[in-house]
Design a protein around this ligand. Structure first.
Ligand code: NDP
Length: 315
């Protein structure tokens, strides 16, 4: 591989958005290059079974699904590569993107599909029980906890939404909230307060998790550091993180408009960014839905936009 390359279409990221963009761009004969990023396959490789992606009546293993998408992208001519894009220069077209190996890629169009990462508390036990009772996506994994007892960490709108979703499936849902109030909007707060099987544990922090073969409970502390601090164990079957997401957009912040959390701002309902020929698809530009099927759809839109844009510049 030389230190300088040229492509009509560079795709950054390898979740459902990136691979779908690659399939469409490949079939349109754009001969795209795709860089997989630090977590090849994206967030779905962190989950176990994907049951809500249309077309898989029996569900599908997240890793399997991403491997299939990669194969499909490669079948249509996408050059899928390991590695990261660490620098972007969108000052003039063709744009210049630099990889972690120092290769500079000139690209007429760029599809950013770098995703977002769920935030974790940073406990060792979160890693230990990942996929065995620890999840950062109620919509993905809630179904496995039907009629069980779970806890959701966080007091924002996401935590409330996840708790309400789980409350319709589970026997009991605890919300573990570190402050003595919910940060969520009034309407969400009222909904969780009015739900019979949701119990909000205010001024609580999680110290760790326990269990033989998966999560069986959480070690909690109430009013940490206060005179009346109280430590106790709460039996639960599932532990859901809902303390926010961080979109993986740092590399592009110099060039694109981001919202206060770092999500890329796009033109109403399209993947167009403020720079012509640069598109954003999937979770890096979606603070609202954050679903694989939505990401795949926006990846398709980005590839179609890229193809049209190339036509307008005669490439
Ligand atoms: P937020 O940043 O709003 O809330 C994060 C929550 O997690 C807060 O309660 C925060 O606590 C808590 N938290 C953060 N770090 C820790 C930690 N280390 N330990 C314990 N608790 C922690 O994130 P959301 O994902 O909820 O929302 C992001 C944005 O998306 C918001 O603007 C929200 O309104 C919006 N949204 C809107 C929805 C809707 O309208 N239906 C649905 C989902 C999201 P603390 O309050 O103490 O800081």
């Amino acid at each position: 591989m030389s230190d300088k390359e040229y492509t009509r279409c560079l795709i950054i990221g390898s979740g459902p958005a990136g691979y779908t963009a690659a399939i469409y761009a490949g079939r349109a004969n754009l001969k795209p290059i795709e860089y997989c990023g630090i977590q090849p396959g994206g967030q779905l490789t962190q989950t176990t079974e994907v049951e809500n992606f249309p077309g898989y009546p029996q569900g599908i293993d997240g890793n399997r699904m991403m491997a299939d998408l990669r194969e499909q992208a490669e079948r249509f001519g996408t050059d899928v590569r390991d590695g990261e894009i660490v620098k972007a220069d969108f000052s003039k077209s063709p744009y210049v993107l630099t990889t972690d190996r120092g290769t500079q890629i000139e690209a007429d169009t760029v599809i950013i599909a770098t995703g977002a990462s769920a935030k974790y508390l940073g406990l060792e036990d979160e890693k230990k029980y990942n996929g065995q009772g620890v999840s950062a996506c109620a919509t993905c994994d809630g179904f496995f906890y039907r009629k069980k007892t779970v806890a959701v960490v966080g007091g924002g709108d996401t935590a409330c939404e996840e708790a309400l979703y789980l409350a319709n499936l589970c026997k009991k849902v605890y919300m573990i909230v570190r402050k003595n109030y919910l940060r969520a909007s009034d309407v969400m707060r009222q909904r969780v307060e009015n739900k019979d099987n949701i119990e909000i544990l205010y001024e609580h922090n999680t110290l760790g998790l326990y269990g033989e073969n998966g999560v069986e409970g959480a070690h909690l502390v109430k009013r940490k550091g206060e005179a009346d601090e109280q430590k106790y164990d709460l039996p639960i079957d599932g532990f859901f993180l809902a303390i926010g997401h961080k979109p993986n957009t740092d590399v592009f912040k110099e060039w694109l408009d981001l919202d206060e959390t770092g999500y890329i701002k796009t033109e109403n309902g399209t993947p167009r960014t403020k720079i012509k020929g640069v598109f954003a698809a999937g979770d890096c530009a979606d603070p609202v839905y954050r679903q694989a099927i939505v990401a795949a759809g926006s990846g398709c839109m980005a590839a179609l936009e890229a193809e049209r844009y190339l036509g307008t510049i005669g490439k």
